[in-house]
Design a protein around this ligand. Structure first.
Ligand code: G3H
Ligand code: 13P
Ligand code: ZN
Length: 325
């Protein structure tokens, strides 16, 4: 069945790699995630946001995830490690409902609350979830960008002097931190970036690795999570823009910085936007090249291929989670 994150995080920190956490909202995304992770023998976290629950129905998502464990075995992966995780849980009730529905991990995101309220809410979720051996991710510090309905203009880095108190008092199993990543395909404004003089492409400001190092020093060996970690691959943005799309100045986190993070106590890296870009690139390209197509399997099939390539690339070349089962 589904597993929680405890053991896989321990191994990832020791081994200097990170577990991929991919969001899914539909069958094609899930198929691509399971194919990539099974063939490459990588543990994987399937993430479901509040928006995904609304779009696809929580019950369907839960049985899809359970079916995914069987699908992984069919693909020859005899002992898959698949987590079904609630992404950005916004209340005790949402988290409880996911625990009751069979999720193996939940996130309670109290990062927008005052410090003591974040602790109280997180602690309440931990106490409930741990009764069912469900692991809990918490968040301290604020990411810039869009998070479900919440939009933060500026980020506030996690304060390293708070993390020991927070982790001890809440009992959370992992901690999402803010060191300059953000959600979506527009992580930085052109003004925040410099430009490559040759290609004219945007070069984003570097992540705050000094803050990450200070957090690790406070909490040695504790599982750290990085949200907003899409790299916004230029190849997909180009395909989209060449086939009728309009994504000017889309920019993400450079993959060499994610590689560096994966080697540290960062043991879970969240990627959603890159999968959306790959899906959209596949659909736009197919429609443009084949105006006669009207069977969704034709354009969703292409989209699924692009996503599978993307997930494999992340596992092999960025997170380093290949052959870790
Ligand atoms: O945190 C953001 C994730 O990418 C989920 O996005 O709320 O649009 O499903 P969503
Ligand atoms: P991206 O928007 O960078 O893919 O981040 C996804 C995420 O953090 C989901 O929680
Ligand atoms: Zn997130």
């Amino acid at each position: 069945g589904l597993v929680n994150t405890r053991e896989m995080f321990k191994r990832a920190i020791k081994g200097g790699y990170a577990i991929p956490a991919f969001n899914f909202n539909n069958l094609e995304q899930l198929q691509a995630i399971i194919k990539a992770s099974s063939e490459l023998r990588s543990p994987v976290i399937l993430q479901v946001s509040k928006g995904a629950r609304k779009y696809a129905n929580q019950t369907l998502l839960r049985y899809l995830a359970e079916g995914a464990v069987e699908y992984a075995k069919e693909l020859g992966c005899h002992h898959p490690e698949i987590v079904l995780h609630l992404d950005h849980g916004d209340s005790f009730e949402t988290c409880k409902s996911c625990v009751d529905y069979g999720f193996s991990s939940v996130m309670i995101d109290g990062s927008a609350l005052p410090y003591e309220e974040n602790i109280a809410l997180t602690k309440k979720v931990v106490e409930y979830a741990h009764q069912y051996d469900v692991t809990v991710e918490a968040e301290l510090g604020v990411l810039a960008g869009v998070e479900d309905d919440v939009v933060a203009e500026v980020s506030h880095y996690t304060k390293p002097e708070e993390v020991v108190d927070f982790a001890t008092r809440t009992g959370c199993d992992s901690l999402a931190i803010s060191i300059g990543t953000s959600h979506g395909a527009y992580k930085f404004t052109p003004e925040q970036c410099t430009r490559d003089p040759k290609t004219g492409r945007l070069i984003p400001p570097p992540l705050a690795f000094d803050v990450l190092a200070a957090i690790e020093k406070q909490l040695p060996g504790f599982p750290i999570v990085l949200h907003g970690s899409s790299s916004v691959p230029q190849e997909y943005v180009d395909i989209i823009n060449e086939h009728g799309g309009k994504l000017p100045n889309a920019v993400g986190i450079p993959e060499d910085q994610l590689r560096q993070a994966a080697k540290s106590a960062v043991c879970k890296i969240n990627i959603d936007s890159d999968s959306r870009l790959a899906f959209t690139a596949g659909v736009r390209q197919t429609f443009d090249e084949h105006p006669e197509y009207f069977d969704p399997r034709q354009y969703c099939g292409k989209a699924r291929e692009y996503m599978e390539d993307l997930y494999k690339h992340k596992i092999i070349d960025v997170l380093g989670s290949e052959n870790k089962l």
